[in-house]
Design a protein around this ligand. Structure first.
Ligand SMILES: NC(=O)c1ccc[n+]([C@@H]2O[C@H](COP(=O)([O-])OP(=O)(O)OC[C@H]3O[C@@H](n4cnc5c(N)ncnc54)[C@H](OP(=O)(O)O)[C@@H]3O)[C@@H](O)[C@H]2O)c1
Length: 264
């Protein structure tokens, strides 16, 4: 009798709350051991971990400020130390601060690019090195990639406006990295983008306005957190997808918005 397959482990960044938490819970429900990354939200991260343990039996929280290269580089080794392996990384954490072409600064660009782009690339690089070291030759033999990275993008990239200038630049760079990494890390690691539409409200949007804007799409509804989590799970499960992005936004990217939702 062959030994049972080891439990799969996923690192989800920004998983204390909101979309990251929804993704963590969906994967835990599917049996994944979830490494819950957080920065400031320790209490929420602790709750996500407890809920994931209830679903899959294993989870732990890991703190890192993703603007620090040293902190990002030490993240995956800590997860490997805890669980013995990592099979997937979901880059959901994101800095989302408002600026425009007028208020744009190197400081704003640097902050967004570090956490939203650079951190995701370094985590992909680290996953690739880990799976190669772990069982690289098995991947080619089995014609089955050993690792997968899912990058959370934004429908805004296909429907641009000049609000949240640095955020949008950082996600555009991540979309380009998505293609380049998929090429560079094949056949061992797949890299897939998931681009939600307006899914959750922000500090700049009242609940009432959010509900009205959520309906503003060709389908009359944008994405829900469950839609986004299901798409991330699909991207992780489907062994033939790499170097592309699934838009899950009710078709919002097919419309033209002159301003960001929060400023409409
Ligand atoms: N929500 C939407 O409607 C929507 C729409 C389109 C695209 N998206 C994309 O989907 C993803 C998830 O969205 P969301 O609304 O759940 O994200 P969010 O609430 O804006 O941010 C998620 C988490 O990111 C973490 N974070 C921010 N800066 C960080 C840093 N420097 N270092 C480490 N962690 C940092 C924060 O963790 P702590 O709280 O622990 O500090 C935060 O809770 C994002 O990539 C976003 O761009 C979301």
């Amino acid at each position: 009798m062959s030994a049972p397959a080891p439990a799969r482990t996923v690192l989800v960044t920004g998983a204390a709350k909101r979309l990251g938490r929804e993704i963590a819970l969906a994967l835990a429900k599917d049996g994944w051991q979830v490494a819950v990354h957080y920065r400031d939200s320790l209490e929420d991260a602790t709750k996500t971990v407890a809920d994931c343990v209830g679903l899959s039996g294993a989870s732990a929280a890991f703190r890192a400020n993703l603007t620090s290269e040293a902190a990002v580089r030490s993240l995956l080794p800590k997860v490997i130390q805890q669980f013995g392996r990592v099979d997937a990384v979901v880059n959901s954490a994101s800095t989302f601060e408002h600026d425009t072409s007028s208020s744009f600064s190197f400081a704003a660009m640097d902050k967004h690019l570090r956490s939203n782009t650079g951190a995701a690339i370094i985590l992909a690089q680290a996953l690739h090195a880990h799976v190669l070291l772990r069982d690289g030759s098995a991947s080619a033999q089995a014609r089955r990639p050993l690792g997968v990275v899912v990058n959370l993008l934004d429908q805004k990239l296909w429907n641009q406006n000049p609000d949240f200038f640095s955020y949008t630049l950082s996600k555009a760079a991540l979309e380009a990295a998505n293609t380049m990494l998929a090429m560079a890390l094949s056949p061992h690691v797949r890299v897939v983008g998931v681009a939600p539409g307006l899914t959750l409200t922000s500090h700049m949007l009242s609940q009432k306005k959010f509900e009205a804007l959520h309906q503003l799409s060709p389908l009359g509804r944008s994405s829900t957190p469950a839609d986004v989590a299901a798409t991330v799970k699909f991207a992780i499960d489907n062994q033939s997808i790499t170097g592309t992005t699934v838009l899950v936004d009710g078709g919002q990217h097919l419309m033209k918005f002159e301003r960001d939702f929060s400023l409409l």
